[in-house]
Design a protein around this ligand. Structure first.
Ligand code: PMP
Length: 435
């Protein structure tokens, strides 16, 4: 059994024998690096890899670690809460961290969102959002409205209902096609944050929603940035179109801001780019600054009252670790920390740095597109990336990246300084060249 002071070789061998990793082959078929500790923007490896013992994290642990690792303010919040209580069931009980977090979320998200359901992962928060919408229409006497509508190219999580609204052609969930609930798909939005809205697409979007409105409970989309479906950016104008057409045809609108929330795109929430508010909002990932798994689904009073007016007047969901006080305390500290700083200035600084640093690769061989929005930088190749070669190239530059499909991309912690950002950009270039 590995203990502190463990033998790294033995740990790796045990990992290979028993441990399954995200989207990984069966244990033993891959060779993850062993991380010993993490501090600031750096991961410290237990042993050298390609000449490096320390890596600058260009991934912020999948959009989460905004403030870097081992942050004194978040550590203090965790320790203080641990001494009070690390968990207590939420059914019939409540506590200060969950109430404080819920109020904070209501305060910082668009105004009509007033009610908060705290859950334990992004995927589950999407499950909850979907249940809210389906249950709402059942409760208000329109039980036919039980399907979801989304645009292609999206990603909403790995559990059953969220998978049904992921890109059906994206490969990731094609394994389950035919088994998942059948949803309605519009075409993916044309790419380009600054691109003029495409009139033909706007018509298509309007017509698709209008045609299916009788059976559609809600439209669900990732606003402005489609994340795991291809790191695609689109014009905020399409969100305004969705809001209008949903209002015209009695369809709820759900924004999945699990990746984009908490400042990543340059506004606190990506919906602000369009000045549009959804009926239901999912947030997660960065909410706890990357410390613990927690997510939230917010909804309007209309949705909450609709559900409560039904035959089953309760929201039919209740995970065991709902409202976990430890996670909620850290989330409060993380949000306070974010808002106490010039976070917008920091994200702008990263955006400017990436535009410069990644822009250099725009004409490099094999590069199809370079795009940057807020603290998100993407180099898209004209071929499928060789993940192992690209990862190795980044590690040689002293950076942790996780290229996939035809993409080498970064979403660094906001506390990444200019030197480390330049290093990340160099590593993206190297990964794109060698991958
Ligand atoms: N929605 C979006 C937009 C995401 O990016 C993700 C995670 N990549 C999820 C949902 C699922 O969140 P989680 O991994 O925490 O379940």
């Amino acid at each position: 059994m590995p203990e502190p002071g463990y033998d790294v070789g033995e740990l790796r061998a045990l990992d290979r024998q028993h441990v399954w990793h995200p989207y990984g082959p069966m244990p033993g078929r891959q060779e993850p690096l062993v991380v010993e500790s993490a501090s600031g923007v750096r991961l410290r490896l237990a042993e050298e890899a390609h000449g490096r013992r320390e890596l600058v994290d260009g991934m912020a642990s999948w959009w989460s670690a905004l403030h870097g690792y081992n942050h004194p303010a978040l550590n203090a919040a965790a320790h203080a809460q641990l001494d009070r209580m690390s968990h207590v069931m939420f059914g019939g009980l409540t506590h200060e961290p969950a109430v404080r977090l819920s109020v904070k979320l209501v305060e910082i998200t668009p105004e009509p969102l007033q009610h908060v359901f705290l859950s334990d992962s992004g995927s589950v928060s999407v499950e909850v959002a979907i249940k809210m919408c389906l249950q709402y229409w059942k409760s208000v006497g329109r039980p036919r409205k039980q399907r979801l509508l989304t645009w292609r190219g999206g990603y909403h999580g790995d559990t059953w209902q969220p998978m049904s609204v992921c890109d059906p052609d994206g490969g990731m969930h094609s394994l389950w096609s035919g088994r998942l609930p059948e949803q309605v798909f519009a075409d993916a939005p044309p790419t380009g944050y600054d691109a003029e809205p495409d009139e033909a697409y706007v018509r298509h979007l309007r017509e698709t929603v209008a045609r299916h409105a009788d059976e559609v409970a809600a439209v669900i989309v990732e606003p402005v940035v489609q994340n795991a479906g291809g790191m695609r950016f689109h014009s905020p104008a399409y969100l305004r179109v969705l809001r209008e057409v949903c209002d015209e045809h009695d369809v709820l609108l759900v924004f999945d801001e699990i990746a984009t929330g908490f400042g990543r795109t340059g506004t606190l929430f990506a919906s602000e780019h369009a000045a549009v508010s959804p009926d239901v909002l999912c947030v997660g990932k960065a909410m706890t600054g990357g410390y613990l798994s927690m997510a939230a689904t917010l909804c309007t009073t209309r949705v909450a009252e609709g559900i409560s007016s039904g035959e089953v007047p309760v929201l039919a969901h209740g995970p065991t670790y709902m409202g976990n006080p430890l996670a909620a305390s850290i989330a409060c500290a993380s949000i306070d920390l974010l808002l106490s700083q010039d976070w917008q200035g920091e994200v702008k600084r990263l955006e400017t740095g990436m535009r410069e640093g990644l822009g250099e690769f725009a004409d490099a061989p094999g590069v199809k597109d370079v795009r940057v929005l807020g603290a998100i930088g993407v180099v898209q190749l004209d071929h499928e990336v060789d993940m192992a070669a690209a990862t190795r190239a980044a590690i040689r530059e002293g950076v942790w990246l996780r290229p996939f499909r035809d993409l080498v991309y970064t979403m660094p912690p906001y506390v990444t300084d200019d030197d480390d950002l330049a290093r990340i950009c160099r590593a993206v270039g190297a990964a794109a060249r060698e991958g």
